[in-house]
Structure formats: structure tokens, C-alpha cells
Design a protein around this ligand. Structure first.
Ligand code: NIG
Ligand code: FE
Length: 420
């Protein structure tokens, strides 16, 4: 059966009307998250075919023929979350470092002692590709059950050519075998590997001269990423990498300003980054640099929460007219959760976004930050049918309000019920 009719929907949310679809929302527009009360949604051949008020629903279950009919009385239907920043291919969790952090060690200190990203790189090196694929598949199924329909996944735990390619091949296979929409980013510049300690520039040379050509030749990445921050890669190194990647047509999505006013935001903007991510250290100069550009500022609340970092000034950024996206950063070191419902709650609780702004930040704006907002991130005719049906819900604001509770009951990805 390739048609699904969802009827009697209490609130159909995240709707965009024909001819008025937006690629992203910025500033005051972020509080427009259109809803239709008492609505229907018709899905056909994996896409959204029609929607509207129940009064105008001409599809009758009795006469509709081959059609799966779902009654959503008392429930809401929303576009699936798009998670535009994750590192969910990894070999092992790092709860040992979690305890070190509780005892007072900082993320940067752990990294300097050879832990952190280098710890994950050692484990990844020892782990067979098949096992990486299996564990990442489980994580994909888990995030799907919380309502995620599209996800970006980075390399960056390889840090040598073979292991970076191994990670990217795992992501390619996930793309082929999962129903989720997946985008891959090459993050060879995530940390300087142990064997290059004290020779950072040589690592960057190798990344540009050896890794990038292989990644590009095998078409393994959609985007390029650099961890441009204090103690990791400098703005000059970042510029060199982004410049080289640009020659292979790779657009940047970079880690910036998590640990300091690193200049990463400005460098990302200068190279036409699709997104700059983290942004704990964002001031007036950074906001000015972002204004009027195509770069989506992306905040990663899970990492700020888990590492005890200052929260990015999201409210000020929106009030200055910027769009904001929020993603999970799912990874074993700084955000061991891919639950976008928690990110939605954080957006309201810690960053003071209104529920509608927060919902846009985790749907349309993250779709934009993955380069897929033409086909994902809202309920619009012709878009991929990635939607979820909630449990019985008192109002949309209940979604961010009731943090920790799974409010998602049925998940439909590409027009197929995958859960519920
Ligand atoms: O986005 N900030 C840099 N990279 C990751 C953390 C990776 C790790 O610690 O394993 C992040 O937070
Ligand atoms: Fe990250």
C-alpha cells in the first residue's frame, strides 16, 4: 500500500502553502510555524500529496480503495526533525571521561592528555567496518523512534587516510540502507592525531594533499568540516583546508566558537559555509559577520549542557534578525544523545526560544543547514513524507515543555510507517 491518509488530526503543524515555501526562516519569521486544526494529510508514493482542513477532505476511507487510514484525533502531526550535526559513527562510548569531568577535568584538558577525540580515534582504528555499520544502524533506528527523519553524519574519528575513508564508507552504506535521509561531512581536521603531535602543519598538508583528493575522488562527502577553535585548528589552517576543499566543490559546515572567540564564524562566512556550528562564544562582531549571509548559525545545546559551557546567545541572535538552527551533535564525547526532543526542550528552557521558534530551529532551519530544505523540514506538497504523529497532546507547547518524555508515537519516513 503506498498511500496513507491521516484523518482528524487535532493539529497539523509546520505547514507551508504552495508557492510560499521558504528555504529557511530568520528573525521574526522564526515564530511563524503554521498550523491547521482538525486537519487531514494525504501521503502518496513517499511524498506529501495533499493536506488541509477536514471540512475539505474529499477522501473517504470507505471509497478510498487501497489506502492506509490512520485516525489522529487528539494528536498532532509534525514534520520529522532534521538533525544537521552528528558524529554518530563511533566505536565506543566514553563514560570514563564523563567521570573525569565530574571530578573537575575540562574537555580541553582531557583532549590534551590524549583522551577525547584521540581516544575515539584509537577505538575506531581497532573496530571492523561491519561493526561500525551495525552500531551506527542501531543509533539511526533509535533517533528515528524519537522523530528524526534526516541526519548529517561526520567523519573525524579516523584522523588518517584509511580510517577516515573507512568512516565515510560506513556513512555511504548507511545512506544506501537506511530510510533516513543522510548527508556526509568530511571532518579530517577534527584533531591532530598522536603521530603528528607537534607537527600540526604537516598534518594539514597531508589532509590537503592526500585525504581530500581520495574523499573527493570516491565522492564520499557532501560537505567539509573543520574544528576551528582554541587548541584545535587555527583560522589560517581552516582557511587553507576550506580553500582546498572548495576546489573539489565541497561546501563547508564547520565547528566554530565552542571554546573561544576563535574567528571560526567569520572564516566560515568568508568561505560561504552552509552552517557554522556550536557558537557558544558569539558576540556582536560574530552576529554582524553572519547578518545577510547564506550561512545558518547552528547551536548544539546538548554539547553546552553536557560540558557545562556557556549557552550561545540565541535570543540576541534571533532578535538581531538571524535564523537559528539547533542540532544534537550526537557523539560519545560532548553529547551522547541524539534525541531531538530534548534539543527542542533545551531551545526553550535554556535559550529562551518560543515553542514555534524552537520548532523551526529543529525542522526547516536544520533542513537548510543540511542543504535539503527543498524536500524536507516542513509539511508541504511534494516534499518527502517524513512526518510523525504524537501521542495525545494538549497543545504544541507541550512538546518542549515535557522534557524527557517521548511524545512521538508513530513515525512515517518516505511514506512508510516505520514505527507505531
Ligand atoms: O562537536 N567539538 C568538536 N567535536 C565534537 C566532539 C567530539 C568528541 O569529543 O568526540 C563536538 O562537540
Ligand atoms: Fe560536533
Amino acid at each position: 500500500m503506498n498511500r496513507i491518509l491521516i484523518r482528524n488530526i487535532d493539529t497539523l503543524a509546520g505547514v507551508e502553502y504552495p508557492g510560499r515555501e521558504r528555504k529557511r526562516v530568520c528573525g521574526a519569521e522564526m515564530s511563524e510555524f503554521n498550523v491547521i486544526r482538525n486537519a487531514f494529510l494525504l501521503i502518496s508514493e513517499g511524498e506529501i500529496e495533499n493536506f488541509g482542513s477536514m471540512e475539505h477532505c474529499m477522501y473517504r476511507p470507505e471509497t478510498a480503495g487501497e489506502m492506509q487510514v490512520i485516525d489522529a484525533a487528539g494528536k498532532a502531526v509534525l514534520p520529522c526533525w532534521c538533525d544537521s550535526h552528528t558524529h554518530l559513527v563511533y566505536a565506543a562510548s566514553r563514560e570514563g571521561e564523563f567521570i573525569d569531568k565530574i571530578r573537575g577535568m575540562s574537555y580541553e584538558e582531557i583532549a590534551r592528555r590524549g583522551g577525547g577525540i584521540l581516544n575515539s580515534a584509537r577505538r575506531l582504528h581497532e573496530t571492523p567496518e561491519e561493526e561500525l555499520f551495525e552500531t551506527a544502524s542501531l543509533r539511526l533506528r533509535e533517533i528515528m523512534s524519537y522523530g528524526t527523519g534526516a541526519v548529517e553524519i561526520k567523519s573525524g574519528y579516523g584522523l588518517n587516510t584509511e580510517d577516515e575513508l573507512k568512516m565515510l564508507r560506513v556513512i555511504r552504506r548507511l545512506k544506501q540502507e537506511s530510510r533516513l535521509t543522510i548527508r556526509a561531512s568530511f571532518l579530517g581536521a577534527h584533531a591532530v592525531p598522536a603521530e603528528y603531535k607537534g607537527r600540526q602543519e604537516e598534518y594539514v598538508d597531508m589532509l590537503i594533499g592526500e585525504m581530500l583528493p581520495r574523499v573527493a575522488e570516491e565522492r564520499l562527502a557532501d560537505y567539509v568540516d573543520v574544528f576551528c577553535d582554541r587548541g584545535f585548528f587555527t583560522v589560517d589552517e581552516t582557511a587553507r583546508i576550506l580553500d582546498a576543499a572548495g576546489r573539489y566543490g565541497l561546501i563547508p559546515k564547520i565547528h566554530a566558537n565552542e571554546l573561544d572567540y576563535s574567528g571560526g564564524i567569520q572564516t566560515g562566512v568568508q568561505f560561504g559555509a552552509l552552517s557554522v556550528d556550536h557558537l557558544e562564544y558569539t558576540g556582536e562582531a560574530e552576529i554582524r559577520a553572519l547578518k545577510g549571509t547564506a550561512t545558518m548559525p547552528t547551536i548544539l545545546p546538548g554539547a553546552a549542557f553536557f560540558l557545562g559551557l556557556p549557552y550561545a546567545p540565541a535570543r540576541e541572535m534571533i532578535d538581531a534578525g538571524l535564523g537559528i538552527a539547533m542540532a544534537s551533535d550526537y557523539n560519545p564525547g560532548s553529547s551522547p544523545s541524539g534525541n531531538m526532543q530534548f534539543i527542542l526542550s533545551m531551545a526553550c528552557i535554556k535559550y529562551r526560544l518560543l515553542p514555534e521558534e524552537a520548532l523551526n530551529a529543529v525542522t526547516l532551519n536544520t533542513a537548510y543547514a543540511m542543504g535539503i530544505s527543498d524536500t524536507h523540514g516542513s509539511v508541504a506538497i511534494g516534499k518527502r513524507a517524513n512526518v510523525f504523529i504524537t501521542r495525545t497532546l494538549s497543545s504544541l507547547a507541550y512538546l518542549p515543555y515535557a522534557f524527557g518524555e517521548n511524545k512521538v508515537e508513530t513515525v512515517i519516513i518516505g511514506g512508510k510507517v516505520v514505527q507505531g
